[in-house]
Ligand binder design. Structure first.
Ligand SMILES: Cc1cc2nc3c(=O)[nH]c(=O)nc-3n(C[C@H](O)[C@H](O)[C@H](O)COP(=O)(O)OP(=O)(O)OC[C@H]3O[C@@H](n4cnc5c(N)ncnc54)[C@H](O)[C@@H]3O)c2cc1C
Length: 431
């Protein structure tokens, strides 16, 4: 049986589910297709190991969609402070005062109540699925992936692997970094795998819920702390947190092979003394990290959004925030196409979307790479640059605030000091 829609969104992850909801709220008929079943959430269960730092901009977007009350009704932890510091010894250490290698942003100083929220991905996705499910115009197809795509003159036919066929005027590939839709549309990617991998751990610690996220940089890579919610009456005076440890794949394999008690003790020693006393390790997983950018954001009747178009180094946790910005931009462009009575796959309209989003996504990639290179490269001039960069950010309240506002997704302008530094890093101009 064939079903016909204005738009088929393939991938109901955070980006696809948000986009489908927004499009349907604007009156489009939308098929929302995901090979996975609905995400689960149990209030008493341990947190999802995948968490995201949702920016103030993403919070506003989720408010508009009507998903934010569901998110906060489940679990979301606001953070008011964000600290970044450098622990890498180098030949110039003695010359650069320590205060120039530390930056702390505080919501109060930025005239805002919080810098962002740490939210489990399953919570955001679940909330968006609830809102999408309650929005007339969204039809879910779950549990079966897309296996074929046939483009005709005025529509695309998608074949799901259970034999269902879905017709749409436009297909959005929101199916993640390994996008099948991107492959079926013949869109290539440029990809760079980083030498480091990221290990993510869900832990309980002694003490109240913290209001700070921090990241310390070490020669082998950064180590980060993201606060989560209280561990509840079963574990009084304990809270949950997500830790991230970037290191070589070999070192992470050694750490992952340790018994939990030994790994907890190793983390406690390896992380800064600021880390509260850890009491329990619930789960751990490691991920390769890569920078990837699609060569085009659209082809024919297929357009990409979120990780299928771009994946960035998760250092500052901006991946899903960029994806939400893609979704908002694409929704606006498609609304304009409909108002002008144009085909939703009009190449000029889709080019307008790519013209707006590609430079913004590339800018964030460059910023993440700038941090990555500055903090993982021990060549003295690069260290000097790094310290000058952070020093400038710290010493000048204006620059510091601008850096923070950009990282938080409040501003979409990259501070000039970062643009200048990015341009000095070799190999970053090919994206
Ligand atoms: C270690 C790590 C830490 C991160 N931390 C952060 C952070 O703090 N903040 C942040 O913003 N980002 C973070 N990110 C990035 C973030 O997780 C991604 O940017 C985000 O999940 C992308 O969302 P998406 O909806 O585009 O894709 P995905 O979340 O990958 O969703 C894709 C969806 O498509 C479905 N799908 C796939 N193939 C098919 C198919 N053939 N047919 C049908 N459905 C299909 C999948 O089931 C899935 O539901 C991190 C990433 C990593 C690796």
């Amino acid at each position: 049986m064939t079903h016909a829609y204005d738009i088929a969104v393939v991938g109901a992850g955070m980006v696809g589910a948000a986009l489908a909801t927004g499009l349907a709220q604007d009156g489009f008929t939308v098929a929302l297709i995901d090979r996975a079943p609905a995400p689960e959430f149990a209030p008493d269960a341990a947190p999802d190991i995948r968490v995201s730092a949702l920016s103030a901009g993403s919070e506003r977007y989720l408010q508009q969609l009507g998903a934010w009350p569901q998110i906060t009704g489940m679990r979301a932890t606001p953070y008011r402070r964000l600290a970044v510091w450098d622990q890498t010894p180098h030949p110039l250490s003695g010359l650069v005062p320590r205060k120039f290698t530390e930056v702390e942003f505080d919501a109060t100083g930025l005239g805002t109540s919080h810098l962002g929220h740490i939210v489990e991905n399953a919570v955001t996705q679940q909330a968006l699925w609830q809102v999408a499910g309650a929005t007339a115009g969204v039809t879910f197809f779950t549990g079966h992936g897309v296996s074929a795509l046939t483009e005709r003159q005025d529509k695309v036919t998608l074949a799901l692997d259970n034999g269902t066929q879905v017709d749409a005027n436009l297909v959005v590939g929101a199916d993640g970094g390994q996008s099948k839709i991107r492959e079926l549309a013949g869109i290539g990617v440029s990809r760079d795998q980083y030498a480091q991998q990221a290990m993510v751990l869900s832990v309980r610690y002694q003490g109240p819920v913290e209001d700070i996220t921090w990241q310390g940089f070490y020669p082998s890579g950064p180590r980060a702390f993201l606060p989560l919610h209280s561990a509840g009456p079963e574990h009084p005076d304990e809270s949950w947190a997500s830790l991230v440890w970037y290191d070589s794949p070999e070192q992470l394999a050694r750490l992952k092979a340790m018994p939990d008690s030994e790994l907890l003790a190793t983390i406690q020693k390896a992380f800064p003394a600021t880390l509260p006393l850890l009491t329990h390790l619930d789960s751990k997983a490691s991920f390769p990290i890569a920078r990837q950018h699609a060569s085009r954001y659209f082809s024919g009747r297929v357009v990409l959004a979120g990780d299928s178009a771009h994946t960035i180094n998760p250092l500052a946790g901006q991946g899903v925030n960029l994806g939400f910005q893609d979704a908002q931009c694409l929704q606006t462009v498609l609304k304009e196409a409909r108002r002008a009575n144009q085909d939703l796959a009009d190449p000029d309209r889709l080019a307008q979307y790519e013209r707006q989003r590609r430079p913004a996504n590339r800018r964030m990639m460059l910023t993440m790479d700038l941090f990555y290179h500055l903090f993982s490269n021990r060549i003295p001039p690069v260290h000097l640059l790094r310290n000058l960069g952070l020093g400038a950010a710290r010493a000048l309240p204006f620059a510091r605030n601008r850096v923070a506002r950009y990282a938080m997704g409040i501003d979409d302008q990259l501070p000039a000091v970062l643009t200048q530094l990015a341009n000095r890093i070799p190999g970053l101009n090919q994206l």
